[in-house]
Design a protein around this ligand. Structure first.
Ligand code: 16C
Ligand code: ATP
Ligand code: CA
Length: 500
């Protein structure tokens, strides 16, 4: 970007010549003006669209500026021109359609982006449409208006479509998946919006629209979840067993409550205070990938990983932990959201090929409360004797008692009864469920025994993408300065940056 708070023009602006702008340019007899719309960073990671009016002394100069700026903008090929938008009208507070129409569509239009909009009519409508019907050739990206569940639908649809088109069977264990060429944009309109919050820093629809317009991108880790070699789902944010699984299972029955359902079910799960017996085995990530409890910045981590990958050989081996757990959480990213602005694992990285595995062992209610509370303040939620956290590349979970055989199609499963048997709330809970379910990015997985694998991440590709984008912007700036006949120190600085 061109410096903090600096102007980033975007394409399709309504260029116009205004003669004798009344009031504003009263002292000039005749001026030629044109507006440039740009992104301004405001507080709390929010972006807003601002307009600057430039004035020139002659029509020719004005035209020249417009020409040069247009040319430069057209070179920014990472900016989308045609988007396919799916709106979930029932996500979050059921405001998806209004949010899109009032806050997003006008900015897309102003930026010259055309959008084909589909308002979903049922769950999995977007996934199925992407998998089998959509003509993806004509789009530069897919946008979902909704929450984490809606994002997950789009992700599953795009991955399935890409594999089908390339004749790859994603259900085959060990299948090498083909990467999807389309990016996914998220306009937050859900209940948690954790994927949006953790990638953008806020859950503000206008900010997200502006990120999409300027072609911003952020790679993220996707992990696959299997049960005995049968593929279940992909996950990008949280895989949670025990506490977060129980919260989700209960909250699904209270969808009518909107986002408040999670708080109510959260209090209920907290009071039930269940724990689950089982074995967690995991393959730790190499040391150079950092530890969930260190505060290393991602860029330092990348450099460190690059360096170490040249000199070190991976020496990780599987570790096994048996016990009674209140929660088993795998955070593939920080999972920051408005409820917990620093997230479940504040230093988990978005695209490093690892997840942070957080094990919360059986403890008193008061201790668990302290642990939860620390998600909302600056205290370290891992600094408890009953909590341990590991950065992992793969993990398996096996409940102590085998689960009754589940049907392949999870939608046919009987509804899970209330909360479970081992907790102190046994008297109010049905004592047959010795298992929790997994919360997989907000979707319920009924299989307790799962095997999870992080996608092998191409770190060099991430670094290359970031550098390429930087270079693109510096090149554009240099061309602008040159076109305007600038030979001053600004140009020199940017030229030397380019050489570097
Ligand atoms: C004392 C206050 C403690 C507050 C602790 C808040 C921790 C919140 C951590 C949120 C992590 C979200 C991870 C993202 C998961 C998403 O893929 C998924 C789909 O959108 N969302 C949820 O599962 C939604 C999960 C929502 C979970 C809400 C849990 C609320 C717990 C409330 C416990 C209150 C105890 C009160 C005792 C009187
Ligand atoms: N038209 C529809 N009718 C019913 N359900 C839908 C429809 N469109 C999408 N869905 C489903 O609604 C579920 C929840 O949607 P979404 O994630 O947008 O909101 P949320 O659950 O309130 O938010 P969050 O996931 O952030 O907590 C998704 O699993 C999605 O499959
Ligand atoms: Ca990660």
């Amino acid at each position: 970007f061109w410096g903090h708070g600096a102007a980033i023009a975007y394409p399709g602006c309504l260029w116009e010549q205004r003669q004798g702008h009344p009031g504003q340019f009263a002292s000039l007899s005749q001026v030629f003006c044109f507006p440039v719309f740009y992104v301004k960073r405001t507080k709390n990671h929010q972006w807003r669209c601002n307009e600057a009016t430039f004035s020139c002394s002659s029509a020719e100069l004005c035209e020249q500026w417009i020409q040069v700026t247009r040319e430069q903008l057209s070179l920014l090929t990472n900016r989308p021109k045609r988007l396919l938008v799916y709106i979930n009208p029932f996500g979050g507070k059921r405001r998806g359609k209004r949010i899109y129409e009032e806050k997003v569509a006008p900015v897309f239009q102003q930026a010259g982006i055309s959008a084909d909009v589909i308002v979903t009519e049922r769950a999995n409508h977007a996934r199925d449409h992407l998998t089998t019907e959509a003509n993806l050739q004509q789009y530069d990206g897919v946008v979902c208006v909704g929450g984490d569940g809606m994002f997950s639908e789009i992700l599953h649809g795009l991955v399935a479509r890409t594999q089908n088109d390339n004749k790859v069977d994603q259900n085959r264990p060990g299948a090498e998946l083909k990467p999807c060429m389309l990016r996914i944009g998220i306009i937050p309109a859900g209940s948690t919006d954790c994927i949006c919050f953790a990638t953008v820093g806020t859950n503000d629809p206008v900010t997200s629209a502006l990120h999409i317009i300027i072609g911003d991108s952020q790679p993220m880790d996707v992990c696959s979840v299997h049960h005995n070699d049968v593929f279940l789902r992909y996950s990008v944010s949280l895989l949670g067993y025990g506490f977060y699984g129980d919260v989700l299972a209960d909250s699904e029955k209270k969808r009518w409550l909107g986002p408040a359902r999670y708080d109510l079910s959260g209090v209920k799960a907290f009071l039930c205070h269940n724990y689950y017996k089982g074995t967690v085995s995991f393959l730790p990530a190499e040391d150079n990938l950092g530890h969930p409890r260190d505060k290393m910045q991602f860029l330092c981590l990348l450099v460190s990983k690059w360096f170490h990958s040249c000199v070190a050989v991976s020496s990780s081996s599987w570790k096994v932990i048996c016990g009674k757990f209140i929660a088993i959480n795998a955070a593939n990213m920080s999972c920051a959201c408005p409820r917990s602005p620093k997230g479940l694992s504040p230093s988990a990285h978005l695209a490093d090929g690892t997840a942070d595995l957080i094990l919360v062992r059986k403890c008193s209610r008061l201790d668990f409360f302290r642990h939860l509370l620390r998600h909302t303040n600056t205290d370290d939620q891992f600094d408890h004797s009953f909590v341990e956290v590991h950065r992992v590349k793969k993990f398996h979970f096996e409940p102590l008692d085998p689960q009754p055989l589940l049907l392949e199609n999870q939608s046919e499963l009987p509804k899970k009864p209330g909360f479970c048997p081992m907790g102190s709330a046994q008297t109010t809970c049905i004592p047959s469920a010795a298992h929790s379910s997994w919360n997989c990015d907000g979707e319920i997985l009924h299989h307790a025994a799962i095997q999870v694998r992080l996608a092998i991440h191409n770190i060099a590709e991430t670094v290359k993408r970031k550098i390429k984008l930087r270079l693109h912007l510096i090149t554009a700036k240099v061309s602008c300065l040159k076109a305007l006949g600038k030979t001053d120190s600004a140009l020199m600085t940017h030229n030397s940056l380019l050489k570097c």
